[in-house]
Design a protein around this ligand. Sequence first.
Ligand code: ADP
Ligand code: MG
Length: 372
Amino acid sequence: MPNFDAGMRSRSLGRTFLIAAFAMMLGYYLSSAGRGWFSSGPVVRNFETMNTYGRITLPEGSGVTIDPELAVAEAEAAVARVNTLMSPFGDASDIKRLNETPAGTWIAVDPLTWRVVMESLRWHRLSGGAFDPTVGPVKALFTFDGRETDDFPSDDALADARSRVGADKLRFEREGMRLSWAADGMRLDLGAIAKGFAADLAMESLIRNGARHALVDIGGELRAVGGKPGDAREPWRAGIRHPRDDDVIERFELVDGAVATSGDYERFFVHDGVRYEHIIDPRTGLPMTEGPASVTVIHPTSCLAADALATTMCVLGERGGEAFLRDQALGLLSSGVRVVMLLAEEGGVRRVEMLVDAEGGVTVESAAASLR
Ligand code: ADP
Ligand code: MG
């Protein structure tokens, strides 16, 4: 099965699962041939987007009221639209336009971009600055290619980049949905939240077309409704990858909800024996070095929130993350939000699970990680 396995971001592993999925889908397709295209499926659509892969799955009997191929194509178009508007590149990108605009000039953006930017500013404010969509200038000084390197930016370069970080320097005007920088050289980067939003938007499109069973996967960020192919009464299955090898360390079931993972195992580099990850700690102005190896968030309704929270928890770590959950349990978050943090420690991986309960309390369990 493909990414009914969340957090499986290793490309090679992903491909293995993909082949299995195709074989399975083909089987279903053949067995359902002749039953009419309207109510049957399954349809699996794979594509490249947002610097990663995308996959949309409609199981047999998904409930869509139009041709399932068309429903999936519409959902893919929703993802493509988010990519076009919010990628750092491309002439149709609001973000590129904003990032090339001198301070003081207002840029009108698409309502979708506006929504995501406003969400990112809300996360910035309520996370005490741990989530910061303006860390771009610092990130640009590094290459997170998984390699060991002797290179490291100079103190001057770092100081200059840091002076150009700060979400408080992004001005906004609700009327006309306009954005403007208060200083030159700033960069907006929605990399920690846009994939989650794209998954939500694709799912909204599928649901509008009647889907009661569907899965959207944007580079490991998942949004699910209903159950999986073959037997829609069965939940989707998702997994968390071991942060230091290709194994799946944990499997869980997903019916309605979203999953997002952030971690130090996919985009990082090693310098002087230290692993630097592509999440920037806005407090130090450096890539994270001692954060959790991975954070997986399971959210009952929103992949955008799961995505933003996974990144935020990476920055805040175990203690700060727990305090943030308690603080925001009934604010940014909602009951049922579950966080699984894997911490690479001497002697092995420790697993910490935090769960927001119905009263807004947070329960925490910590134990050595073992295969589940
Ligand atoms: P992934 O892209 O693997 O899903 P994340 O969702 O954690 O991982 O997003 C990481 C990306 O978010 C970085 O590549 C960068 O573009 C951006 N980013 C880095 N640090 C922060 C931060 N502190 N707050 C918000 N966005 C960040
Ligand atoms: Mg994220």
